[in-house]
Design a protein around this ligand. Structure first.
Ligand SMILES: [Zn+2]
Length: 82
């Protein structure tokens, strides 16, 4: 069996926010919702997320909707539900 580095996966208990460089908005992503949509093994790395996430505001306005950056952040323990 190959030992591998644990990939960064989407976790319902973790936080992920997105910032749009086009309209300068930021939003917190609903990771639990993403996990439901993409599956728990989906990577949370930028180049994977950029495939499925875009700025709705900018898309609606016909601007560059993938000029976005992701920020991972830990969720405080009281927000964690098991
Ligand atoms: Zn935008």
């Amino acid at each position: 069996m190959l030992a591998s580095i644990e990939p960064q996966k989407l976790e319902a208990g973790s936080g992920l926010s997105v910032w749009c460089g086009t309209c300068k908005r930021s939003a917190t992503l609903n990771v639990a919702e993403l996990v439901k949509r993409l599956g728990p093994d989906y990577s949370r790395l930028h180049w994977d997320l950029i495939e499925v996430i875009y700025c709705h505001e900018c898309r609606a306005a016909g601007r560059d909707d993938r000029n976005i950056q992701f920020t991972n952040h830990a969720v405080s323990p009281e927000m964690r539900r098991r």
